[in-house]
Design a protein around this ligand. Structure first.
Ligand code: NIG
Ligand code: FE
Length: 390
């Protein structure tokens, strides 16, 4: 097993309060880190660094854990740039736009879909994302959902069955029939390729009863639950997530106090997706309200062709700081350790001895620059499982 010593880290974020300055980010000044195979073998102050097979001097650059993007929809064809332009001219975002992506996705070959997934994952990697969750949800037939998940599974183990994204046109008059399909033959075909089950619980998509039926069936099939909740209005999704013990409730744009309390009590992670509010010109959720209540908050891109076509976790960090009231430290934690919590992973999202060696070297002296320099490509190098991947 070869080892690599990364030294000369101007500042090193570990997300472990027992390291460095004792803050939640566990910030080590003038640090160093040893990668042993695919894991972190050692970390600490530069002057204490042990020898290694190879040494890389980072020249004072900052190191942060690789970003964990716990919400994306990368398996699709076509784009909806015209819909975006219409929104910017005043049209509201609705769930209805999903149908056009469904048509394009059904018509695409496996190779075309896989190429899009690979292109977007490469885009994410270049920006520092080292773990990504990918959903189906633009196929909405047994065959198209199953192949979407098989394709997603080529790039990540964090695959999510979202057959209940919207009711497809051919079932417009038979919602119950579509729920039967999603919880029956489609689930049977998809479960082998999925770790998670998700549902879009919203006006224009699935109500609380249908969403409960879908998530419960998925859980009986061995999948773990996550949910699209409270994106377009004060819906029942967050309460349902807490009732079922889902890993995460995602969006959380419109919350009553009771929703915030339920998230805090249940430990369900609130995954905020500020790129969606940016790209749909919607009001942002108040992250401080959640944090003050003790809710675990994650940040993710929601990369998809409709509500938010960004692959950039640094952009989401900058938006969370500027528009949602998060401090730069809170936003970075949410984009790394928070994402790991949303995926129930303890091997990623932090840099402790034994963690997977997933990290981003920033072309900056401090993680603060992620929010301070929005839109600037700051990822100087990206390491994933001990290999430099960008
Ligand atoms: O997370 N909310 C539902 N699904 C996606 C949007 C999908 C689309 O518009 O194509 C979301 O925002
Ligand atoms: Fe989504």
């Amino acid at each position: 097993m070869t080892s690599v010593l990364l030294t000369g880290c101007g500042s090193l974020v570990t997300n472990n309060a027992s390291h460095g300055d004792g803050s939640r980010l566990g910030l080590v000044a003038d640090g160093a880190l040893v990668i042993d195979g695919d894991r972190v073998g050692w970390l600490g102050s530069r002057r204490d660094a042990p020898p290694a097979d190879a040494v890389v001097d980072l020249g004072g650059r900052a190191v942060v854990p690789g970003f964990v993007d716990a919400h994306s929809h990368l398996v699709f064809a076509g784009d909806r740039a015209e819909e975006f332009a219409a929104r910017m001219a005043g049209e509201p975002y609705t769930a209805g736009g999903i149908a056009s992506t469904v048509t394009a996705t059904r018509a695409a070959s496996d190779e075309e879909l896989a190429a899009t997934v690979a292109r977007l994952v490469a885009e994410m990697t270049r920006q520092g994302t080292t773990t990504v969750e990918v959903k189906s949800g633009y196929g909405l037939t047994v065959i198209d959902e199953a192949r979407s998940l098989a394709i997603a599974g080529r790039v990540t183990p964090e695959t999510t069955y979202l057959g209940a994204h919207v009711v497809p046109a051919e079932y417009a008059d038979d919602v119950a029939g579509y729920v039967d399909l999603v919880t029956g033959p489609m689930l049977d075909a998809c479960a082998p390729y999925a770790r998670w089950v998700d549902v879009f619980c919203e006006q224009g998509a699935f109500d609380a009863d249908a969403a409960r039926t879908v998530l419960s069936a998925g859980m009986r099939a061995g999948l773990q639950a996550r949910i699209h909740a409270n994106q377009l209005g004060h819906g029942p999704g967050v309460q349902l997530a807490c009732e079922l013990g889902a890993a995460a409730a995602d969006h959380c744009t419109y919350l009553h106090d009771a929703d915030v309390d339920a998230l805090a009590q249940s430990g369900v992670v609130a995954t905020l997706l500020p790129g969606v509010e940016f790209s749909t010109r919607s009001p942002y959720p108040d992250a401080q309200r959640l944090l003050a209540a003790g809710v675990t908050v994650a940040l993710a891109t929601d990369c998809n062709p409709g509500s938010c076509y960004t692959s950039s976790m640094p952009l989401c960090i900058a938006l969370a700081v500027r528009e949602m009231g998060m401090s730069p430290a809170q936003a970075l934690w949410a984009a790394t350790a928070g994402g790991a919590a949303a995926l129930r992973r303890d091997d990623v999202g932090h840099l402790g001895v034994g963690a997977r060696a997933d990290l981003v070297v920033l072309d900056a002296p401090s993680y603060l620059h992620l929010a301070y320099r929005p839109g600037v490509p700051l990822a100087h190098a990206v390491w994933r499982a001990g290999h430099q991947v960008a």
